[in-house]
Design a protein around this ligand. Structure first.
Ligand SMILES: Cc1cc2nc3c(=O)[nH]c(=O)nc-3n(C[C@H](O)[C@H](O)[C@H](O)COP(=O)(O)OP(=O)(O)OC[C@H]3O[C@@H](n4cnc5c(N)ncnc54)[C@H](O)[C@@H]3O)c2cc1C
Length: 321
């Protein structure tokens, strides 16, 4: 049965997501005394699994878990009596009627609000080849910092030549016997400094310009089959662990029928204000069609959105006086 929390209590703002974008908006909303609920599965966002973030401005190096803890501490210090944090929850539906948004949570509870900031970020893209689903958690994994130590002294592969792939390889080199990074293209997408640093490691190997076509194994993974994109030559790389870093997909399915999205399902926003296609809705961070996705960009865009929605709410309140 659905329960509407405080039926008469229509909030100024519901923030969906507790990554860097959602938390930044929560802090700004608190300081502006907007009545707000921040709904999220967890606080911290995607880089929580990172061992070392080196571009969080003002901090030379911080782990993902430390960053998550500091975001939560900052939010809790400022949330005061206007911002509620609803953790361990998930928004499943958003509806719109008479300038009021109705937000349904996983627990079937319902919240009502005048404005919404969508900051739901993105999730890892799954490897879609023969054997990948069958061997998930039996050698195929999506989290080096969670599962990496299980592969101590073993030969492992990382699929993906972007920053996440190289960061994963760096973590694994601390305990794996060897790391083979497999990439679709001839050139890597990761930062040249990171690539140059890792390629110097004696246990680091790369296989480029290949399509991954199959994960092989018996009870657990025993190998990865790749095909050269020019010659069609097929090779088996003998590994017991496969770490997949082939990008992310935005968490926007629950609002796909309401907000305009691009072909990759990122929410389309006005980059000056972060306004989405429906009046009263803003979006920020990795769920948007912003060209670059980084912690600091997510925070900046969320701040921009919260400034803009604050003025929007204030203007509407005045026009009703
Ligand atoms: C391994 C890794 C390492 C990275 N390293 C760096 C780095 O070194 N430097 C850097 O700048 N960037 C890094 N990034 C990128 C950075 O993490 C993202 O750009 C950033 O987290 C985006 O923040 P966000 O708030 O938009 O979304 P996210 O961090 O994805 O947070 C989204 C939040 O929304 C919640 N959520 C999702 N759907 C719902 C829903 N329906 N209802 C309620 N809550 C929901 C999630 O639980 C999560 O809390 C890294 C990413 C990864 C994966």
């Amino acid at each position: 049965m659905q329960t509407i929390i405080n039926t008469n209590d229509i909030k100024d703002l519901i923030i969906i997501g507790g990554g860097p974008a959602g938390v930044a908006s929560g802090i700004y909303a608190a300081r502006k005394k907007l009545s707000t609920v921040l709904v999220t599965d967890e606080i911290g966002g995607q880089s929580v699994v990172s061992e070392g973030i080196e571009n969080w401005i003002g901090t030379i190096k911080i782990s993902g878990t430390e960053l998550a803890a500091s975001l939560e501490k900052h939010l809790n210090a400022y949330k005061g009596d206007t911002v509620d944090v609803c953790k361990g929850e998930c928004v499943t539906k958003m509806e719109h009627n008479d300038n009021i948004f109705q937000i349904t949570l996983k627990s079937d509870r319902i919240l009502r609000t005048r404005s919404v900031l969508v900051a739901t970020g993105a999730s890892r893209r799954k490897l879609n080849v023969v054997g990948a689903a069958q061997f998930e958690n039996k050698g195929v994994t999506y989290c080096a910092s969670c599962d990496g130590p299980l592969f101590s002294g073993q030969d492992v592969a990382v699929i993906g030549g972007g920053n996440a792939g190289f960061e994963t390889a760096a973590q694994l080199l601390a305990y794996a016997k060897s790391v083979t990074l497999v990439h679709r293209r001839k050139e890597f997408r990761a930062d040249p400094v990171t690539v140059a640093q890792l390629l110097k490691h004696p246990n680091m190997h790369t296989v480029t310009n290949v399509e991954t076509i199959e994960v092989r194994g018996d009870k657990f993974v025993t190998g990865l089959i790749v095909k050269d994109r020019d010659t069609d030559h097929v090779t088996e790389i003998s590994v017991t662990g496969i770490f997949v870093e082939i990008g992310v997909t935005p968490n926007t399915n629950f609002i796909k029928d309401i907000l305009s999205q691009n072909e990759t399902h990122h929410i389309q926003v006005d980059p000056r204000t972060q306004r989405a296609s429906v009046e009263g809705v803003w979006a920020a961070g990795d769920c948007t069609d912003e060209l670059y996705h980084q912690n600091s960009i997510a925070v900046g865009d969320a701040v921009k959105a919260t400034e803009d929605l604050y003025h929007w709410i204030a203007t509407r309140a005045k026009s009703k006086v």
